[in-house]
Structures are given as C-alpha cells and as structure tokens.
Design a protein around this ligand. Sequence first.
Ligand SMILES: C[S@@+](CC[C@H](N)C(=O)[O-])C[C@H]1O[C@@H](n2cnc3c(N)ncnc32)[C@H](O)[C@@H]1O
Length: 285
Amino acid sequence: MSVLERKESQNKKNLDLTPDMYRVFISYLKSSSGILLGDSKQYLVKNRLSTLLRGSEYSSLSDLILALQKGSASSMLKAAVLDVMTTNETFWFRDKGHFEILKKRIFPEKGRSIKVWSAACSSGQEPYSISLYFDEYLREAGSAGQQNLQILATDISEKIVADARSAIYSNMSLSRGVSEEFKGQYFKQYRDDWTLNNTVKSRVRFQTFNLLDRFDSLGRFDVIFIRNVLIYFPDETKRNILERMVKALNPGGVLFLSSTESLPVEFDLLEPVREVGGRYYQLKS
Ligand SMILES: C[S@@+](CC[C@H](N)C(=O)[O-])C[C@H]1O[C@@H](n2cnc3c(N)ncnc32)[C@H](O)[C@@H]1O
C-alpha cells in the first residue's frame, strides 16, 4: 500500500480507480475540455483526483467520477477538476522570434487599434510578453499615443486565470525568459516576488473561457496566439477550433501556433508566412 493509499484509508475514502472508471473519466474530460488522455495516464488521474476527493462530499473516486459524468457535481468541483487536469507550463517570450515578428512586421502594418487574443494564456506570461514587446515597439518607433493594443487573454482554468490577473511573479518565473534589463524596467519588487508595470498590465483583459465554446461573444481579432494547447486535443477538435478562429480574424489577420506545431493536413484557410524568427499564418484574402 502506498503512502497516499495509507493516508486515504485512514480518511476512509476509497481511492480505487478501475479501468472502467478511468474510461468514464477520460470521456468526461474530453467532452468538457477537449483534452484527450491516453491509456497510460491512470496514475496521474488517480493522483490528481485524490487530492480533490479529500475535500469533497464523495467517499470514493468512483462516486466523484460518476457525479461528473451525470452532471450532478457542483460547478466548483468541475472547475477544480479542470484546474488539476490542465498542463499550465509556460514561460516569458516563449518562441522569442514570434515577439520579434510582432514588433517588426505585424504592429507596424496594423491600424490605430490592434486587437490580440491570447487563447490558452496559462499564467499570463504569453499575453504580458506581447504587451511588453508592444511597449518596446512604441518606444523604438517613437510613436507612443499613435496606436493602442488590447489583448484578450483566456484560459479554461479559473485558478490559472486568477494567478495571471494578479501579475505577481516569483524570481524563478522571471528567470525563465526575462532579461535583467526588462526586469529593471518593467517589474517592481513586491515582498519576495515581482509585480508587473501597470501600463503593460492594463492592456490585458483576462477571462475564463473554454475553447470548445462559441467564440461569437469574444469579438474579432487582428492577431491570435493559440500556442501549445491544440496538442492536447484530438485532430477533429483541433481542426474545428482553427476553423472557428479563422472566422474570428479581421481581414489580414494572423495566427501563431508554437514553433513545434503545424496546421492540420489540407487546412487551407490560412497561408503560412516564413520570417526570420519563425512562422505565422495569414488569413487568405
Ligand atoms: C501548456 S499551456 C500553454 C500556455 C501558452 N499558450 C504557451 O504557449 O506558453 C496550455 C494551456 O491551455 C489551457 N487549456 C487546456 N484546454 C483548454 C480549453 N479547452 N480551453 C481553453 N484553455 C485550455 C490550459 O489550462 C493551459 O493553461
């Protein structure tokens, strides 16, 4: 018996996860978030759901999973399941070339008001990196006041969105991509952590949002960042999300996938553009 199981048996909660219950759970997770788990993630699911089981009204993992499946689980529990089952790995200026492309190519070509959507923004490093580069762009072009940038940053995890909104980051987080120069210029010490400059922060509006939901309420965008999230979805979901994103782009709009991702086969609504620093996808006219 593992240490975890011993603790749980003291709590009298049943942590057994049968193959059948595992299948019920992965089907629930796929339909609620798009995330497709393989057969090998049983241990991970058991581990993460056990943490939630402790604070819940259910006495076994099976009861908890069945409540999710039947729709009788509370919205708090459903949100907590998404919080624990999502992979929130991110860092500052990830695929740095994308931010250079924004600064050198995209921002100068756009009009007075630029709208960006950072879909699946995790703890905020992606949208804030965009805002930081916009600041640099304005400074270098000497064009402050002539253009403005609004970034909508969304993620399915309520917890991660709350973290992102706070814009408070540890030394460890900043060490993953923020130069000493940027740190001095844009961050202020806050207890043991660092807070982001208000102007950079104020361009970003955060919202909890599931990419499986309709995009109509979000508006239209000149630029969409959808990086390192489609990899968790089955092909048909990935294709469907991209098709709907194309409709959410303004004429001439562009979309960024991560440098390790590509469009689905025969997806011809967007045209790849290769630049020094990376690749992005332009809406076909
Ligand atoms: C690995 S992070 C990527 C963060 C950032 N885009 C980057 O490239 O660094 C993936 C994020 O996708 C979010 N996610 C997973 N499924 C989602 C869904 N159905 N709708 C919205 N966000 C989702 C997760 O919560 C997680 O924060």
